[in-house]
Design a protein around this ligand. Structure first.
Ligand code: MG
Length: 259
C-alpha cells in the first residue's frame, strides 16, 4: 500500500531536494578533462556533510563511495575511481542524501569538455524524456503512464530504455513503493495519488537495451558498450501537474557549469 506524505513531510523533502540539487551543481562545477570521479565524489560528500546531511549511498548495501559516478557505457552505480575523465566523455553523478530523517535522490549526466553531436543528442533526449515522465505523473494517472511516456519518447529517437532498473517511491527510505519503470502501458500499474513522492529516472542507452553487471558487483554497463545517460528528479504527485522537489536549475543557470 503506497501512502501519500503529509505536507510537513513534503516540506522536509523539499529542503532535501534543494540540497541534493545544489550538490549536483557543485559536482558540475568540477567536471572537466583530467578530473577524477573520486574527486567529484569528495566534492559532493564535503558539500552534503557541510549542509548537515548524510551521503546515504555510502555503505548502502555495501556500496563503497559517497555518490555514484557512471562514465560513458556505465548506466548506473559506477564506483568513483582515480582515473581522469577525458574530453568527450560523459559522467553521471547520482546523489542520495539523508536529511532530517528523509531521503533525497537525483542524478545528472554531464558532458566532459566538448562532446560529439551524437552524444549531445543522447543527453538532450534523455533529459527531455524525464520531463515527459513528470508530465505524466499526475494524480489519478497510473505508474504505467509514466513509463509509457518515457519509453515512447526515447524509442522514437532509436534509443533504448533500460528495463532491469527503475525509478521508485521515496520518503524515509531511499527506495519505497511503487517501482517506477521507464517502460510500460498507459493505464496500467499502481494508481498515482496526491502527495505520493517518487523518483523518475530514465536510464537510456544509445544502442540496444541489454546490460551486464561489472565484475565489481555494482556497475551496470550497456552490453554493446554504447553511451548511456541518466537524469533523475524527485517529485510529489499533485492534481494537474507534479511538483518537483529537486531541480536542475542550479546547474543550468550557473554559467560556470557545462551541461
Ligand atoms: Mg533513484
Amino acid at each position: 500500500m503506497v501512502k501519500s506524505k503529509t505536507e510537513e513531510e513534503i516540506e522536509l523533502m523539499r529542503e532535501n531536494g534543494i540540497l541534493v540539487s545544489k550538490a549536483l551543481a557543485e559536482v558540475g562545477k568540477a567536471v572537466a578533462p583530467g578530473v577524477s570521479t573520486k574527486e567529484l565524489s569528495r566534492i559532493a560528500e564535503t558539500f552534503i556533510r557541510d549542509n548537515g546531511a548524510i551521503p546515504s549511498s555510502l555503505g548502502f548495501e555495501g556500496f563503497p563511495a559517497a555518490i555514484c559516478t557512471s562514465v560513458n557505457d556505465v548506466v548506473v552505480h559506477g564506483i568513483p575511481s582515480d582515473e581522469p575523465l577525458k574530453e568527450g566523455d560523459i559522467v553521471t553523478a547520482d546523489i542520495t542524501t539523508l536529511y532530517k530523517g528523509y531521503s533525497g535522490d537525483s542524478a545528472y549526466t554531464f558532458p566532459v569538455g566538448e562532446v560529439s553531436p551524437e552524444t549531445r543528442r543522447l543527453l538532450d533526449v534523455t533529459k527531455a524524456s524525464l520531463y515527459k515522465g513528470i508530465e505524466a505523473a499526475v494524480a489519478g494517472a497510473r505508474v504505467g503512464d509514466i513509463g509509457h511516456a518515457v519509453q515512447s519518447y526515447v524509442e522514437s529517437f532509436g534509443y533504448s530504455v533500460v528495463r532491469e532498473l527503475e525509478g521508485h517511491g521515496i520518503g524515509k527510505g531511499m527506495h519505497e513503493d511503487p517501482g517506477v519503470p521507464n517502460f510500460g502501458l498507459p493505464g496500467r500499474g499502481p494508481k498515482l495519488i496526491e502527495g505520493m513522492t517518487i523518483c523518475i529516472e530514465p536510464m537510456v542507452i544509445a544502442g540496444g537495451r541489454s546490460v551486464y553487471l561489472d565484475r565489481n558487483g555494482w556497475s551496470v554497463h550497456s552490453a554493446d558498450r554504447s553511451n548511456t545517460a541518466h537524469y533523475e528528479l524527485t517529485v510529489v504527485v499533485r492534481k494537474g501537474r507534479a511538483e518537483q522537489l529537486s531541480t536542475f536549475e542550479f546547474i543550468e543557470k550557473d554559467p560556470a557549469i557545462k551541461f
